[in-house]
Design a protein around this ligand. Sequence first.
Ligand code: NCD
Length: 328
Amino acid sequence: MPSLEPLFLNDERRKTSLATGFTGQDILSVSQFDRESLEHVFTRAHEMRELVDRAGYSNLLKGYILTCLFYEPSTRTSASFIAAMERLGGSVIPITQGVQFSSVSKGETLADTVRTLEQYSDVIVLRHPEIGSARVAADYSAVPIINAGDGAGEHPSQALLDLFTIQQEMGRIDGLKIAMVGDLRFGRTVHSLTKLLVQYDVSLRFVSPEILRLPLVLMNEVKDAGLNVRETHDVADVIENADVLYVTRVQKERFNDLTQYEEVRGQYEITTELLERAKAKMVVMHPLPRVGEIHYSVDSDPRAAYFRQVKNGMFIRMALLAMVLGKA
Ligand code: NCD
């Protein structure tokens, strides 16, 4: 399997803060966000929720065009960025139905594709299978690039919506015990969320098969931040104390050897029986899609937050688009 170690984004040059503002910024990694700017995003996301509840629609981004350029499959990320742009009155060029229908299939490079699409649009949301691809695109693009997943690297807008959901559901972030379950090695949502959580006073529990443990570089970040952290192979070890159970899918597409995937898939399933042992006030989250990690009978449990999490994604993406386009 490919090594993840040297490729994490940690570019201080692109650090976003309220001092410099978000206008015109690329959003490539969660390391661009400090606690103050996170609060700013969350406040804007609250306003977007109110806007949608009250009116459903605004003209804030009228005349602006977003290109969604997706080299990997997506349902939620692409649809929520499109919904976000359209609810703010903007328009979308959707290259989300498979780049095989674009000139990528003729051999066009990412650089040329991006340099073309920036001629038509004001912001580009990019999903691509290679770690670091969003950075490459940003180096070529004069318009902001929002990283919607660069291989097994990062997925910053997902982590923002995940953290926003934790705050919404639990009323706070500091003081919580957060357990992440599943593919911690290849799960980019886990990587980005972990990098955000090191800024808070949380306890972290990482539950995975041995070969899918959190990359060392991230574990070191967690330890350097002085957080209470433990790794285990067994959900039973964390279920009673967890305030947040963040469950993930094993990322089949990242395995070179599918027999290894078969060995680790299906190792975890969150069931109603398991949740009987969990706190009355806690949340079960999942970035989705799920492929067996959470039994459907869990969906009616009020602690199952994953579809509320989906909706929060639209509000966070409305906020991000308005912010990078200088309208928030
Ligand atoms: C995630 C992703 O693409 O990384 N999906 C998403 O954006 N909600 C998680 C996954 O595919 O398992």
